[in-house]
Ligand binder design. Structure first.
Ligand code: AMP
Length: 398
């Protein structure tokens, strides 16, 4: 695979998979351009060296054909703000004659954005003919879309077959994601702590099993904690509960014990009388949540305990919020964990925010610049950390 950093792109035409699946408002304006910003450095390096770039992405979930609301042309004004002075062309179909005419005519230093790949059902099917057509847009294939690396789609995986090893590689974003997650799993300074939260145990079972092999401490918060608490005989009121996962929760606790990994569950919680931002709330013992009350956040004692473990760690992974942080009243646990992570990082720890909703939680807390790395790929990062081989990575590394 080509080493992006050490490659000079003069006169090269790069077909690049980016993740421009950005949120749009009712007027089709981009409301969060983090993903465009994420690809900026990779694109700029190629353009500055005298190469040209054909960008391809998906946007939203069109139902197998063109739909105006999912057109990538909506992002053109935002894209232009990142590349002042650069000519940006747009092809309103990713494999039409017009699209190929535009990519052939593309000059050094110019950009071409192709229309939404998912207007063709062949994209998600990983169709080889479709992938081969896409490959004709460039002489070099760069994948910088970590967010879709866990999908075996035409533009994320199949296309790589049509380029030899020296003409395919990862962009800066993808390389950084892989490097940081690999460091966390295989080259971590101890003590290593994972904070795992979010709604459901069922979503995080594989992650927990895998983390037990690598972590010294696992702090469990969020909705998933209550299945564990119930499994241990706690009274959890109307908190989130997955009865089918009680046995697995116990198995995980056992496995952790025999692996010398300490799992910490909340000792107190903020319980609410209903699932609403204006619910009545009170601090409760985690093993004794009153009937009719549901735990929506971790409590002050737990915050203190989790924070001190985080601050004593040298390597920290955070996946999933500690409570319903979308409601201000139940966001304290999540934001306190974010603060402890920032302080640990200031003191020299390596911190990675990856998977689940924790990336939006850290952004909401305003502390994203005080952690080591915020992953852009929720599902992809989760699968990477679970130890799965991602098709988008394998397609390039072989
Ligand atoms: P995930 O995508 O797995 O990180 O889950 C994130 C979601 O979990 C967020 O939308 C939170 O509101 C939700 N969540 C966290 N804690 C709880 C809880 N105690 N009860 C219900 N939902 C929760």
């Amino acid at each position: 695979m080509l080493q992006f950093q050490n490659t000079n792109f003069k006169d090269k035409k790069v077909i690049m998979r980016v993740d421009f699946n950005v949120p749009l408002d009712a007027e089709f304006k981009v409301t969060d351009d983090t993903r465009i910003a994420g690809a900026e450095a990779t694109i700029k390096k190629i353009l500055n060296e005298g190469g040209s770039v054909v960008l391809m992405s998906h946007l939203g979930r069109p139902k197998g054909g063109p739909e105006a609301k999912f057109s990538l042309k909506h992002i053109l004004p935002t894209l232009a703000t990142y590349f002042p002075g650069v000519t940006i062309h747009f092809a309103d179909d990713c494999i039409s004659d017009d699209a190929f005419a535009k990519s052939s005519a593309l000059k050094s230093g110019e950009l071409l954005l192709l229309e939404n790949l998912r207007f063709y059902p062949e994209e998600e099917k990983g169709n080889p003919e479709f992938a081969q057509k896409l490959s004709r847009h460039g002489d070099t294939y760069i994948n910088d879309a970590f967010g879709t690396a866990h999908r075996e789609h035409a533009s994320t995986a199949t296309i790589a077959k049509y380029f030899d090893t020296d003409h395919k590689g990862f962009g800066y974003l993808m390389a950084a994601e892989v490097e940081n997650a690999t460091k966390l799993l295989h080259d971590a300074e101890k003590p290593v702590t994972a904070i795992v939260g979010g709604a459901k145990v069922s979503d995080k079972i594989q992650l927990l099993e895998r983390l037990i092999d690598n972590m010294d401490n696992i702090l469990i918060g969020g909705g998933m904690a209550y299945t564990f608490l119930s499994a241990l005989g706690g009274k959890i009121g109307t908190s989130l509960f997955e009865p089918d996962y009680v046995d697995l929760a116990l198995k995980i606790l056992d496995k952790a014990k025999s692996n010398n990994t300490t799992i910490y569950l909340p000792s107190d919680n903020i319980a609410a009388d209903k699932f609403a931002p204006d619910a009545e709330s009170r601090i409760v013992d985690s093993y004794n949540i009153p009937d009719g009350w549901m735990g929506l956040d971790i409590g002050p004692k737990t915050i203190e305990q989790f924070s001190s473990i985080i601050k004593a760690s040298k390597t920290i992974l955070w996946n999933g919020p500690m409570g319903v942080f979308e409601f201000e009243k139940f966001a304290t646990g999540t934001f306190s964990v974010a603060k402890a992570l920032a302080e640990a990082t200031d003191a020299g720890a390596f911190s990675l925010i990856g998977g689940g909703d924790s990336a939006s939680a850290i952004n909401k807390s305003g502390l994203e610049d005080r952690v080591s790395f915020v992953s852009t790929g929720g599902g992809a990062m989760l699968e990477f950390l679970e130890g799965k081989e991602l098709p988008g990575i394998k397609a390039i590394t072989g």
